[in-house]
Structures are given as structure tokens and as C-alpha cells.
Design a protein around this ligand. Sequence first.
Ligand code: NAD
Ligand code: DAU
Length: 342
Amino acid sequence: MKRVLVTGGAGFIGSNLVARMLKERDHYEVVVLDSLSYSANLENLAPFEDDPRYSFIRADVGDDAAVTEAVKGCDGVLHLAAESHVDRSIMDPAPFVASNTVGTQRLLEAWRRGPGADGLPLVYVSTDEVYGSLSLDNPDERFTESSPLEPNSAYSASKAGGDLFARAYHHTFGLNVMTTRCSNNFGPFQFPEKVIPLFVTNLIEGEKVPLYGDGKNVRDWIHVDDHAEGIIATLEKGRPGEVYNLGADNERSNLELTHAILEILGHGEEMIKYVPDRLGHDRRYAIDSSKAASDLGWKAQWSAWPGALESTVAWYKDNEAWWRSVKSGAYRDYYAKQYGGR
Ligand code: NAD
Ligand code: DAU
């Protein structure tokens, strides 16, 4: 039995990851550490409340005392806790630095002084956004692990800060740290500020979907279960100090994505509302994950289009209570601030 600390385990990817670790495997005991920020939802983890292999600690990754205590007795760490939304980082960058850069350094330090001293692994879950943006004119170009770090938003800059600390802790202290850089995730339990759950739930509510700019920006979509398996494969088979890109070769422009969602839900073009572009909007992401395939034996299996999108839309249709409770209170204030003037 391996005891693994999962930071950010009450968020979208974290809760799907915890579910895979507990339901699909019997050799993990999972300790979730999460500050329960706006995007966390303990309902996502409710099925495991009585599972003796699951426990929960409410704490901030930047809280030295709490994290030092939490890592005790762990055989590994999967570090996902982060501020995750680009638009919020445009409104207010400071919390991104605190959680994503400083928080990551604090966690690395606690691990170095704790079980990490014995060579046990920590996987830092970063993002493809640290590489910046690709052009639409060069469709064969994709991010590899040796692409330069050229983050363009406060979100990606703060994540890249974490990447650099992960690298430094390996180089200087010999810490067994690995970094994953995955593309855009979709699936159940995603907070409806991100484009897919936002557009799907807006349409179910009869609201238009706010498409930024010309809609030609491209994202490389991967199902969250594939990302979760990539993180587990990195923990189990990754080599210390290495970086692994994770992607599903599934590039779509935002217009293509929007049309696909409209079609699944039986709506027409008139439900699109073109709104002014996101500041500094990255044009295109595309991931080369051949290293993860050769070194980890990992390959995306659940991201096939349009089936994976259809089943995700079906999940939001079947789980209205989940997102209706999320789309209230503070969410409404955020929505008005973000889209009100557009
Ligand atoms: P999310 O916002 O749904 O979840 C983030 C979780 O982290 C929440 O439960 C939140 O409460 C917790 N958290 C935030 N700050 C914290 C702090 N200081 N201390 C403790 N807990 C804190 O985000 P997500 O989409 O599930 O992303 C998870 C991770 O995966 C992030 O590190 C993100 O950068 C990375 N990632 C996301 C994607 C994507 O497409 N969503 C793709 C690649 C990488
Ligand atoms: O690439 C990985 C990253 O993907 C993760 O690291 C981030 O945590 C995650 O949020 C995601 O970032 P994006 O900015 O790409 O995702 P988002 O869902 O916010 O936007 C996807 C695309 O849709 C982007 O080009 C902007 C556009 N968009 C988004 C929103 C919220 C719209 O056109 N309208 C919208 O209202």
C-alpha cells in the first residue's frame, strides 16, 4: 500500500484523479490536502467519505506547519493545488503567485525535509501554457519538453515559476521531482468558468455563449481521465528530474468546439455572442507527447472526438444539481464582472 498526498484533490482534475486512484487501483491510500477555494467541491469526493483509504486535510500548500505534518508517512506527492483560471489571473495576478509559485516552493521544501530526503517522488502538475503560444500558420509545430518557457499570462507565469523551482530542487538538492505539462482538460466536475462547462451549462439555461475574439484560437483537448492516468504513470514510471508532456492530438479551434457543443445540444449559430478578446490571448497550443508514450508507456485512450465531448455534455445534463449549486452566489459576481461589460 502506498500513501500518496494529493494537493488540490477537491478540484476538477484532483477529484477525478483521486477517484481513479481509489476505484481503479487497490494499492493506494490517498490523503487530499486542499484549501477549499472557490473551485473546490467536497461533493466530488463524497463517494469516498467512508473509504478507509481516503482522508482529507483542509490547508493551504503555503502553510509550512500543516504541510510538514501532512507529508509525514507519505510515499509520494501529486501536486495539483493551484489557482487555475487565466481570466481570473487577468483580474488579479497576486493570488496566483502565492499559490502557484510560492506554494509550490513551500511544498517542495517540506518534501525535501521530510520523506523526499529518502528519494521518494513528487510529481508537479504543470501546464502546456508555460510554453506560451504557437502560430496558426505552422500547423506541424508542437510543444516538446525542450521548447522554451515563454509564459504569457499571470497564470502561466506563476505555473512556470513552479516549474523552475521543481527543476532547481532536483538540480541542487537531488529531490526526486517530475513535472507534467498537459493540455486543456475536459470532463465531469469542471468548474463552469472554463469554456466547455460554461458553454454547456449556459446553453442548458437558455443563455448565449460568450466567444472571445474571432474564435480561431486553438486548444488541444484531452479527457481528464487520460490526464489522471498520465499523472499516475509519471509517479510510477517517471525518471527523477524529467518533464513529460501529456496531450491527446486533439486540436480544435474555439469555433469548431462551439459548433460541436451547439450541435450536441440542438442549438443554432444565433446562440453565439462574440465578445471582446481575452487580453494577451494565446493563439494556439499543441502538444507532442511522444516522450510520455516511449518512457511511460502512456497514451490517451478516452479523448476521442466527438464521443468524449458528447459524454461530457451528457454528464452536465445529468448532473444539473451539481453545477446549479456551483453557479450561484460568488460565481454570479464573477460572471457579471467578467462578462457584464462585454
Ligand atoms: P481547479 O481550480 O478545479 O482545482 C484547483 C484546486 O486547488 C481546488 O480544489 C483549490 O481549492 C485548490 N487550491 C488552490 N490553491 C490552493 C492552495 N494555495 N492550497 C491548497 N489548495 C489550493 O483546477 P484544475 O483544473 O483541477 O487544475 C488542477 C491542476 O492542474 C492545476 O495545477 C492546473 O494548473 C493544472 N492543469 C490544469 C489543466 C486544465 O485544463 N484544467 C491542464 C493542465 C494542467
Ligand atoms: O492548456 C492548459 C490550460 O487550459 C490549463 O493550464 C488551465 O488551467 C485551463 O484553465 C485551460 O486554460 P485556457 O485558458 O485554455 O482554458 P479556458 O477554458 O479558460 O479557455 C479555453 C479557450 O476558450 C480559450 O482560447 C479562451 C476561450 N474562451 C474561454 C472562455 C472562458 C472563450 O472564447 N470564451 C469564454 O468565455
